[in-house]
Design a protein around this ligand. Structure first.
Ligand SMILES: CCCCC/C=C\C/C=C\C/C=C\C/C=C\CCCC(=O)SCCNC(=O)CCNC(=O)[C@H](O)C(C)(C)COP(=O)(O)OP(=O)(O)OC[C@H]1O[C@@H](n2cnc3c(N)ncnc32)[C@H](O)[C@@H]1OP(=O)(O)O
Length: 192
């Protein structure tokens, strides 16, 4: 049988919920105000509002609008993958690991009509060193509705230098002027 690169390795462990993780039921702050997935200051974004679960899990709703079309009246698959990337990536808030997506696998199981609400769920499956394994689904209409999209991902923990080395100076300078544009996870310090 084929082993997928997001299969949990044998050395993976299941981490504790971090004591500084958002309270169960709390809405997560956007990690960056201009993020396409969660940023309130991003006019073209998905504006996902993500809520912490009891354990190493998150939920969110994605209102699918005419702006999200691929085929007429149907959501674009790439945007559905983006929504899954966002909620899976935000699991770093629960483990306090600042991560970037290394691999994202997506199964599209049903078409998602414009006007539908997609109820997203995501959970940590395990951690191995810097690697965080996660999976999730998007349910049509309700949290127990039919599964329209399923995703598994591997995230890799990175330090602040990942962003300061690769990010565009204009945006980095704007954050230095107004650090409230980002939410710190883990060991980020902007002005060491
Ligand atoms: C002042 C500014 C501050 C800004 C901060 C603001 C916000 C913070 C932002 C994000 C974090 C917060 C929340 C996230 C929320 C939303 C989700 C959206 C997330 C994204 O949308 S993020 C964009 C897309 N994302 C990328 O832009 C990544 C590009 N990429 C790289 O930057 C490198 O590629 C990296 C870092 C991934 C690894 O590079 P590296 O050099 O550090 O480490 P290396 O290559 O050794 O990999 C280590 C181990 O992972 C294994 N591994 C790696 N890749 C694999 C693959 N594809 N499949 C299977 N295994 C893989 C290796 O095999 C090895 O495994 P082993 O340790 O067992 O050998």
């Amino acid at each position: 049988m084929t082993a997928f690169r997001t299969d949990l390795p044998p050395e993976a462990t299941y981490p504790e919920r971090h004591p500084d993780a958002p309270e169960p039921g709390a809405e997560l702050p956007p990690h960056y105000v201009s993020c396409f997935g969660c940023g309130p200051g991003q006019p073209h974004g998905l504006h996902l509002r993500i809520v912490a679960g009891e354990g190493l899990d998150l939920s969110a709703t994605f209102e699918v609008t005419a702006d999200h079309q691929g085929a007429p009246g149907l959501a674009h698959g790439g945007l559905l993958a983006s929504a899954m990337d966002e909620i899976l990536g935000q699991l770093g808030h629960i483990t306090r690991m600042s991560c970037v997506t290394a691999r994202l696998e997506t199964d599209f199981r049903r078409p998602v009509p414009v006007g539908s609400t997609l109820c997203l769920a995501a959970r940590v499956d395990g951690v191995a060193g810097r690697k965080l394994y996660a999976s999730g689904e998007g349910h049509l209409g309700a949290p127990d509705g039919p599964v329209a999209v399923r995703a598994r991902a591997l995230f890799v923990q990175v330090g602040l230098e990942h962003f300061t080395t690769h990010g565009r100076p204009d945006e980095l300078d704007a954050i230095r002027r107004d650090p409230s544009m980002i939410t710190h996870i883990g060991d980020y310090t902007l002005n060491p």
